[in-house]
Design a protein around this ligand. Structure first.
Ligand code: NDP
Ligand code: PYC
Length: 332
């Protein structure tokens, strides 16, 4: 519901000032402000300005090292390591991007292995810019143990999203970005706040019994993987790549009990980028396949909704509620 609209630049600047007011260095504040504003602009509301109180309470809790600058281990091959040193994954990616692009262009494929990083956002902003530059990108990040592998089991996985983006001729990149849980934790929080029930299969209560009540999932219960054991396998793959491979923490190892107010997991992120230019007409082939999916009767492809809302925001401004705008200004 839009009560008010700001231009993207106005919102990004406002959010940057919120992060600066929390003591973050200008470059880090700018990266986070732009990332959060992009989520709001595209209607990715579970990771838009709704997240600002969580960013602030985490910074104030002393959890992680939000002002830390990443240390890059350039190596020589396709794999670039980054120790985010307790800082934000988006800041690590921002710092390593030029080297990553150089390696991808030279070798056709390169990967970023980020550890000790905080990620509190959607994942599509991390991959879509690569597709806009003609590259194919895939990323995974793990979070905090709120997902039980099966009903009745103990939470061990994070909501662990995976995002993919590819160039597509004549259309915006083909991008999808999805949690490996039945629902993102942010959407469960929004449902609890707005008093909505959840779809069957979303989660269980503290006794492991299936429930449609978001409050029961949030208070001692757990989310379930999407698609039963198949989603659990994807969640496990993400723990292996984002944590075991990078050297970051598993979701089940995140222990912020000494930091009340901390909400941003400190784990890892893996990002793979490929140059499709060895195949003539790659982006045309992706467009051909998209068109076939649409022609099959599938009315909506992933990313369609976001790009439609983004186009609307370019015309009218980014939609915000007056309550959200007041909340943001309250931090300045
Ligand atoms: P959704 O289920 O809302 O959407 C997943 C994907 O499917 C999106 O690409 C979406 O496109 C597309 N989609 C949705 N509905 C349809 C449809 N009917 N037909 C075709 N495509 C569709 O996302 P999730 O709830 O799984 O995740 C929400 C966000 O939460 C993600 O951005 C994720 O990265 C983030 N997240 C972040 C975490 C973190 O640790 N940082 C942890 C977990 C989640 P579109 O965007 O166009 O709607
Ligand atoms: O929505 O599940 C989620 C989430 C976890 C960490 C950041 N977002």
């Amino acid at each position: 519901m839009a009560d008010t609209r700001l231009s993207f630049d106005e919102l990004a600047l406002l959010l940057r000032r919120v992060f600066e007011a929390q003591g973050l260095p200008a470059r880090i504040a700018a990266v986070l402000g732009e990332n959060c504003a992009a989520c709001q602009r595209d209607g990715a509301l579970s990771h838009g300005v709704f997240r600002i109180p969580g960013y602030v309470s985490t910074i104030q809790s002393g959890w992680g090292s939000p002002s830390a600058l990443p240390v890059i281990d350039a190596g020589e091959g396709a794999l670039i390591g980054v120790d985010a040193c307790g800082g934000f994954a988006q800041v690590a990616l921002d710092a390593a991007r030029p080297l990553l692009l150089e390696r991808v262009r030279a070798q056709g494929i390169a990967a970023l292995s980020i550890r000790n990083s905080q990620h509190f956002s959607a994942l599509w902003p991390d991959v879509e810019p690569f597709a806009e530059a003609g590259l194919v990108a895939l990323s995974v990040v793990n979070s905090m143990a709120v997902v039980a592998p099966a009903p009745g089991a103990t939470p061990v996985f994070g909501t662990n999203p995976m995002a993919f983006s590819s160039p597509r001729a004549g259309q915006p990149p083909y991008t999808w970005d999805q949690a490996s849980s039945a629902l993102a934790h942010g959407d469960v929080q929004i449902a609890a706040r707005e008093g909505h029930k959840l779809a069957p299969g979303t989660g269980v209560d503290a006794q492991g019994t299936p429930t449609d009540d978001p409050d029961k999932i949030l208070n001692g219960g757990a989310l379930l993987p999407f698609g039963g054991h198949k989603g659990a396998s994807i969640a496990m793959l993400i723990e292996i790549l984002a944590a075991a491979f990078t050297g970051g923490a598993f979701s089940s190892e995140v222990d912020w009990s000494d930091h009340p107010g901390a909400k941003i997991p400190l784990t890892g992120q893996f990002l793979l980028v490929m140059d499709p230019s060895h195949t003539d007409g790659f982006a045309q082939r992706v467009a051909q396949l998209s068109d076939a999916v649409r022609a099959s009767g599938s009315a909506r492809l992933p990313g369609d909704r976001r790009h439609r809302i983004r186009a609307e925001a370019a015309q009218k401004g980014v939609a915000l509620t007056t309550a959200d705008l007041a909340m943001i200004k309250g931090y300045l």
